[in-house]
Design a protein around this ligand. Structure first.
Ligand SMILES: Cc1cc2nc3c(=O)[nH]c(=O)nc-3n(C[C@H](O)[C@H](O)[C@H](O)COP(=O)(O)O)c2cc1C
Length: 184
């Protein structure tokens, strides 16, 4: 037996993307976005409301960064999804995040979050979605070990839209493009 539900934005895993931008005065802002993903192998798509400070900043500066949220900074990551830079100019300062300007694009890189996609705006779709090109990926060296990038240590989080909670994405349970081969 299966139970049926009305259509809702129940989708797994939803990412927790922290999108950071500058405004025309160089003031940094950031927001939380769950509705986003890959568009091409070097391109991303974000579904952002037009009124957000972030959306206006992306359109004016043609650049943004996406950092993946982590369990360690869950409060700050949630906070930037609750308050708008339109009303709170020192929002980023209040979050406790610190930033440095990307050396690839005109957007801030959040120092506390370990992995960041540094992107330029390609275009806005008819529906208003943002399509960006990944110009560079930067990773905090303290998360790079002998075996390369230590994703388990980063403790990225996913947004669970059924229970409105964040969940840690952690241990590997299988090898992609490999485990299924047994069934061929
Ligand atoms: C878990 C979570 C996910 C969110 N996902 C999105 C999203 O995908 N798109 C969007 O436009 N807003 C999303 N928001 C809302 C924005 O983050 C929020 O309105 C924020 O205050 C906008 O900030 P800004 O005006 O400084 O850019 C999300 C908020 C939370 C808490």
């Amino acid at each position: 037996m299966r139970k049926d539900f009305e259509p809702k934005p129940w989708f797994f895993p939803l990412p927790v993307l922290i999108v950071a931008t500058y405004d025309e005065n160089g003031n940094a802002d950031a927001m939380n976005a769950a509705w986003g993903g890959l568009y091409e192998s070097d391109q991303v798509e974000l579904c952002l409301s037009a009124g957000h400070k972030t959306t206006k900043n992306i359109l004016s500066q043609k650049a943004f960064t996406i950092s993946f949220a982590t369990g360690k900074y869950v409060e700050a990551c949630d906070y930037v999804g609750l308050e708008s830079g339109n009303n709170v100019p020192n929002k980023l300062e209040k979050s406790g995040f610190t930033t440095q300007k990307s050396d690839a694009v005109n957007a801030p890189v959040i120092q506390e979050l370990p992995m960041c996609l540094e992107c330029t705006l390609i275009r806005q779709t008819e529906e208003g979605n943002i399509i960006g090109r990944i110009e560079k990926i930067s990773v905090d060296e303290s998360y790079i070990g002998e075996n390369g990038i230590d994703v388990e240590k980063m403790e990225f989080i996913s947004f669970d839209p059924i229970h409105n909670v964040y969940r840690v994405v952690k241990q590997a349970v299988g090898k992609a493009f490999a485990d299924g081969a047994k069934l061929k």
